[in-house]
Design a protein. Structure first.
Length: 249
């Protein structure tokens, strides 16, 4: 969990949605299940976690750097070479563009590509104007650094754990417990340890409040909030609300 990027986390929340699991099960029996309602090009097996699954997100929902072909390159222009990138590669296409994913020991690299981009072509980037332009530029800088690395050997560096990933990890653990019918106290034991719960558990105490927060956060991301992890505004998409209610104590 602590090595996943935001796009992988989006899949982890979506694949836990009971409505999505139902749609995938129906699609296994008969064609025509609505993948587009979930932001996907095609339904992915929800029993495959983010280490194995390759969900094909619709490009309109997935905010990634977009390459363009440079028709009149300068001598210093960068050239595209998919074969020089280390790690497994996957490529899918929807009605808008190609999306390339390269998986290495670090976070996955995702790039939007025009259909006419060939190996060895000079390339550039497009940044849409607006309040997110600076964020997109930082994303492009990180992307371009990896594209330019080519066949150079990349060194693994120890990185501090991102606190946001810890929150996601606990949110998913709490969500799993909730969906399995565990009580708040049982979830707290799994998250914080039996001894701490034995000593500190109160009906309206801090541990109970943390469990409630993590469950509420996990359910919100599972029920459509995962679109924000893809770089999209979840409010503009149709949400599938899972019927997983019920009071647990």
């Amino acid at each position: 969990m602590l090595r996943l990027d935001a796009v992988c986390l989006a899949w982890e929340y979506l694949r836990r949605n009971p409505d999505y699991v139902r749609d995938w099960s129906v699609a296994e029996l008969c064609a025509g299940a609505p993948a587009t309602a979930w932001g996907l090009v095609a339904l992915e097996d929800p029993f495959q976690d983010a280490r194995c699954a390759q969900p094909m997100w619709q490009s309109t929902h997935l905010d990634v750097p977009a390459l363009v072909v440079v028709d009149d390159p300068s001598p210093s222009s960068s050239t595209f070479s998919v074969w020089a990138m280390p790690g497994p590669r996957s490529l899918w296409r929807d009605a808008t563009r190609l999306t390339l994913t390269v998986v290495t020991f670090s976070l996955p690299l995702r790039i939007g590509m025009p259909a006419d981009l060939s190996d060895g072509d000079a390339y550039g980037y497009v940044i849409a104007p607006g309040p997110c332009a600076q964020k997109h530029w930082r994303h492009i800088q990180a992307c371009d650094a990896r594209l330019r690395s080519g066949r150079q050997q990349l060194q693994v560096r120890a990185q501090p754990v991102d606190r946001r990933l810890l929150v996601h990890m606990r949110s998913l653990q709490a969500l799993d417990g909730f969906l399995a019918g565990a009580s708040h106290r049982e979830i707290a034991c799994a998250l914080f340890g039996v001894s701490r719960v034995t000593n500190d558990w109160q009906p309206d105490g801090d541990l109970r409040a943390q469990v409630r927060f993590l469950i509420r956060r996990g359910r919100a991301l599972m029920r459509g909030g995962y679109f924000a992890l893809l770089g999209s505004d979840p409010s503009v998409f149709t949400r599938r609300v899972s019927r997983d209610g019920g009071k647990r104590t």
